[in-house]
Design a protein around this ligand. Structure first.
Ligand code: DGJ
Length: 749
């Protein structure tokens, strides 16, 4: 899959889906030559044109060759200071104060498989699943070595890249930035896609033209964040959901990040991404090295859908690990929106009784079970059960769930501490803070300094103690504020710029230890909803609570946006009460249920207060979900319509089972429209020659009290060939209600 031609200096990474080509030029410079559809061979039909460009300097070795300048060459990991005025991939300050280094090629290695990145989450692969090229570059004066790593996966259009910066000199070096990857496209005929949002409004898709100058998608919050996601795509202007070339980038990193694009004077585009350099510094003593996080890069000739299919595959097969990787995820009920902090044994038991009766499989006890936490002002850090609220103790609560046939789960927020906690009273210096400056509160809590080993040990010990104390099957790991005053009392002055990065590395250490020690526990990560929905967290915890916003209409956008990179099985999605607690909106139980079935399905409302008719509807939904769960959780996912396009009024999602035997189709129309055209849905990825029987149809429930959901046109029992469903399509019956949700199940004959 990876070849090197000594004569031409061409490195060609290739599989059946993509080619990525680098070239070693003048035995010194590593240039980017091609990335896209697979090529039989790269013989340079696009040779560099010798043009004397004004104000583009020549490297010292070729002073008279006025057509040779790094300023105009497409590079793979550009250095700063030798006449390339575009964004550098890395920046350093040497002990003499200079920021100039010069990279020259040194050697390469090609290995089967993919080596792990020490201390970092990264895609993993067996020897026959991937091949890895490592290219070593050295500063010509010996100050620095850089190892660039490129993995190509055997069966996906995906390249994983990262870099290691080594201080090969005898003096300390200050690393000012280190991108995970950099590369240059020859032109800028692209749109730029990113996911933006906020708390309760995560991951809306934004598509804008790529512009001259620098555009950035970034987080400076110490976490990957609700506000911007560590994802970027460059799409050809004509690209659509199903067609056109799209290049996607996603970081396996949960801290602050930056993706920058720069379109320069001659129209080429540089793109680079990695840890946000704004406040990043890393002090490298002689011999020390810094490993960047990994970037996953996908090429799709089949539009955004192709990009998402590739990301979904890599996340499912090469990022998520452990016993739950391919296991079906349980249907849960979470008490948060049911009780908030106001619960006791009796309430939880009633919830458990009702959950068992409805067919729910997991009871999750959310925030408020520890210390004396009756609101969000206290007790974070004191992971000891509050026996005033839960007189039976944790064992008692877990046992009573288990007795009812339910699994039992518990909420933690271990990276935080409340000022009103025993932990803070004993260790006030364990928080991130700047001495003599006040610390900023957010949700009235402070962030623990996970760069410190003793803090990490405390977290591992205190959480482990709870997990050992009772039979716990599931953990929700929350993170409800961003970093501020990111100073560590344990680091010397010259290392303070490392604090935010060390915080994330510390978190990874904690997660590695805990998930290894408790392999049977299903971990779900959360950050005030989906504030840390990234491939780094998914490496440790196979699912993430997608948003604190449980309103089905808002969820259509949140889940569609999230699906650009992450498969449905990674997204926690729950049915909640109406009027919805975040939006005040009333939607039918059915619309809420269908939308939540498109993720890891659960309930988050006081199910004990539902009417008998509602309970029966929930039983029916759960029974249906159990039948189609393998298709929804393990199948392939297609966006047919998204709320980011057109009048933003319609969403359609399709799931095809792994064995191609079942298809589930969902359609949502947000507002009913007058003089409405008939909507036809063209299904994707069916076998045109196979027959599919419509076995289940849930038409839109017209009001919240209309449990019948009576169909006007009912095709249940009819069989259609795949070609008809794809090319002629399936029409949706007339809709006379807002917030309509439909579901169809087809089984292949
Ligand atoms: C934020 C989470 O996203 C919610 O689901 C809930 O767990 C609260 N935190 C509890 O404080």
């Amino acid at each position: 899959m990876i070849t090197f031609d000594e004569k031409t200096g061409i490195f060609h990474l290739k599989n059946a889906y993509t080619s990525y080509v680098l070239q070693l030029v003048r035995n010194k410079y590593l240039l980017h030559r091609y990335w896209g559809r697979p090529l039989r061979a790269f013989r340079d039909s696009t040779p560099f044109q010798a043009i004397d460009r004004a104000f583009s300097p020549q490297p010292a070795a070729w002073p008279n060759e006025r057509t040779f300048s790094l300023d105009v060459l497409p590079q793979e990991y550009p250095a700063y200071g030798h006449g390339d005025y575009r964004l550098p991939a890395y920046a350093v300050r040497l002990s003499n104060g200079t920021t100039v280094t010069e990279l020259a090629y040194s050697s390469y290695k090609i290995k089967a498989g993919k080596p792990a990145l020490r201390g970092l989450p990264a895609a993993y692969a067996k020897a026959d699943e991937a091949e890895t090229l490592t290219i070593s570059l050295n500063d010509t004066k010996g100050a620095l070595g850089i190892e660039l790593s490129y993995t190509i996966f055997a069966d996906q259009p995906v390249i994983a890249r990262s870099a290691r910066i080594i201080n090969t000199g005898s003096q300390p070096v200050e690393l000012l930035s280190a991108a995970s990857f950099a590369m240059d496209f020859a032109d800028h005929d692209f749109d730029r896609l990113s996911l933006y949002g906020g708390h309760a409004a995560e991951r809306s898709l934004e598509r804008v033209p790529l512009m001259h100058g620098i555009q950035e998608t970034a987080s400076r919050r110490g976490a990957s964040s609700h506000q911007q996601s560590p994802f970027l795509a460059l799409a050809r202007r004509e690209a659509t959901e199903m067609s056109g070339d799209v290049y996607g980038f996603s970081l396996v990193w949960s801290g602050e990040f930056s993706f920058r694009t720069e379109v320069e004077q001659f129209g080429s585009t540089r793109v680079l991404g990695g840890i946000n350099p704004a406040e990043f510094r890393w002090h490298l003593k002689a011999g020390e090295s810094f490993q960047t996080p990994e970037a996953l890069m996908t090429f799709s000739p089949d539009g955004f859908n192709g990009m998402s299919q590739a990301f979904h595959h890599i996340v499912r097969e090469h990022i998520v690990r452990g016993r739950h990787q391919h296991a079906l995820r349980p249907i849960l009920v979470n008490n948060w929106e049911a009780t908030y902090f106001d619960f006791d044994d009796e309430k939880i038991d009633k919830l458990a009784d009702c959950a068992a009766d409805l067919g729910i499989e997991l009871l999750v006890l959310d925030d408020g079970w520890f210390g004396h936490r009756n609101d969000d002002n206290t007790s974070l850090g004191d992971w000891v059960i509050n026996t005033k609220k839960l007189k039976k103790g944790l064992n008692g609560v877990a046992d009573s769930a288990h007795r009812r046939g339910l699994k039992f789960g518990l909420w933690f927020e271990p990276e935080m501490v409340s000022e009103d906690s025993d932990l803070y009273r004993v260790h006030p210096d364990w928080t991130l803070h700047v001495p003599n400056y006040p610390a900023s509160y957010s949700r009235h809590q402070l962030v623990l300094d996970l760069s410190r080993e003793e803090v990490r040990d405390y977290i591992v010990t205190s959480v482990s103690k709870v997990l050992h104390s009772a039979p716990i099957d599931y953990v929700k790991w929350d993170f409800n504020r961003h970093l501020s005053e990111a100073f560590s009392a344990a680091l010397p002055a010259e290392r303070q710029g490392e604090t935010k990065t060390r915080f994330v590395l510390g978190l990874y250490d904690v997660l590695e230890r805990l998930t290894k020690a408790f392999p049977d526990i299903l971990f779900e990560s959360c950050s005030g909803g989906g504030g840390r929905f990234d491939a780094g967290m998914l490496y440790y915890m196979p699912q993430t609570w997608a948003s604190d916003n449980t309103d089905a209409v808002c969820r259509l956008a949140i889940q569609s946006g999230t699906s650009m990179v992450f498969p449905p099985i990674t997204m926690g999605a729950h049915v909640s009460v109406t009027p919805n607690h975040q939006m005040g909106r009333t939607t039918s139980m059915q619309t809420r249920a269908i939308c939540a079935m498109a993720g890891d399905f659960g309930y988050e409302l006081d199910i004990t207060r539902m009417s008998d008719a509602e309970k029966q509807q929930v039983r029916d939904h759960i029974a249906l979900y159990k039948k189609i769960r393998p298709t929804l959780q393990l199948g392939r996912f297609y966006r047919l319509l998204t709320p980011f396009a057109g009048d933003r009024n319609e969403t359609a999602w399709e799931f095809v089972s792994e064995d191609d035997k079942q298809v589930v189709l969902m359609y949502f129309k947000t507002l009913a429209t007058p003089a409405t055209p008939i909507r036809t849905l063209n299904l994707q990825a069916l076998d045109q020659e196979a027959e599919y029987e419509l076995t289940t149809y849930l038409p839109a429930q017209r009001t919240s009290m209309d449990f019948g959901g009576e169909a006007r046109s009912n095709l249940v029992g009819q069989c259609f060939y795949g070609d008809e469903l794809m090319y002629s399509g399936l029409s949706v019956e007339k809709i006379d209600t807002d917030f309509a949700g439909f579901l169809w199940v087809f089984d292949r004959k």
